[in-house]
Ligand binder design. Sequence first.
Ligand code: NAD
Length: 474
Amino acid sequence: MKMNTTIDNHDSDFLSSVEKVFEEAAGILNVADDLKEKIKVSNSTYIVRFGVRLRGKLFTFTGYRSVHSEHREPVKGGIRYSMHVNQSEVEALAALMTYKCALVEVPFGGSKGGLIIDPTQWNANELEKITRRFTQELAKRDLISPAQNVPAPDMGTGEREMAWMADEYKRLNPNDLNTGACVTGKPVSKGGIRGRVEATGRGVQYALQEVFKHDRDLAFAGVTGGLSGKRVVVQGLGNVGFHAAKFLSEEDACLITHVLERDGMVVDEEGIDIEALSTHISEHGGCKGFVGYESDSKVGLQADCDILIPAALEGVINSTNASNVKAKVIIEAANGPITYEANHVLRDKGCLIIPDLYANAGGVTVSYFEWVKNIGHIRFGRLQRRQHERKTRQLVSGIEQMTGAQFPQELLTKIVAGPSEVDLVRSGLEDVMCQTYQSISERWHADDDIPDLRTAAMIIAIERIVSSYESLGI
Ligand code: NAD
């Protein structure tokens, strides 16, 4: 067994964990060995070492872009900036992207990239220079292109980095009308879509809302009642963790009792004010100094709670701590937070695990909407909004004439306004998250050989990829 890169134990590393789940699901489906092998392996992984002159000196950076499967193109996947980035991690993330896109019916293949860098050690000007140089290296090999390979934000990157990448790509391809679609997760002013920043965390919220409508699934974990009042632990208050925690506490009345960060954790059994904590972290670089701060965050993953949301990095729940985890439901907002071995321990304890390839698919789903917007060159809802308003007013006026009563003003204002772009994005995302969960849950219960939601999700993804390969004649 290979050593995990982020944790000190002997569990399967991230790539092996993904491959083992794939093997089990493909085995249940009886996929032929040769096709199984073709789907499982990454098609290519590009490693680049490039120099950037900064602070009077030449620094050499190492970056990766892995393409797992091109059965649909473009291939899609984030770019991560972290000191832990390595080939095996990038290949695991690229493979997950293939399965994730197939599962949520987003017409992309899987890819992922990363740069070995600690973004906190460089200022914005330096990061821009490094990102633009990395983009040039990727562009040379069509590893960034609206038609072939479309990066997005991931850990350590966000709208700012995507704007730099899009701009650099545009400079290199001034005659291409579709350059805006070369990356997603851009700021709205640079062709991004409203609702993309929140999308992954919003998707986690929609996923949990749907899970809590499935009594049979909840019964597996001994959970009763609705989401309201459920006690939640969140690891990582970055893009994904922050939005998930914010929406669950503000809109679903969940109590976020623990937030675990790099420098410790914050505990408040009455529920943490997520906005206030996030502001504190931005201003002070960590959660130290916030009310309820404790320096040792390790115990946080084992806190007594209903729902655990690991939203930071992979391998954090492993065979050294899985048996002590008390959460009844774990939703994998991060990619690969539970090792293959820990998954078995938790499942045997009756913990309901909502797997990463479904749980954090909100990001790629809204990235797909952004890509469609970019190649369509028009904002969603732009043509229909006024017409919707006019038709609704006519309908209301008809009802008033027929009944002789006046339509309630408050309701009128709500129903007359046509959908904005963010309304449409959220509606599309909610639909994807709800429909997908229903199909995974149904599949799990329909077959005694399928042990959990993760295997069920992987089975659905593999079926679609197999069918795509078969129709290609490969
Ligand atoms: P981010 O960089 O915005 O946030 C990560 C957060 O985790 C940061 O607040 C960081 O301080 C914290 N963190 C890092 N190490 C930690 C540790 N050891 N203990 C506790 N906290 C720690 O990254 P993100 O975009 O939110 O991504 C988080 C996870 O979600 C990753 O696994 C990523 O692949 C996955 N993901 C992200 C997206 C997206 O749209 N951004 C989409 C799908 C999946």
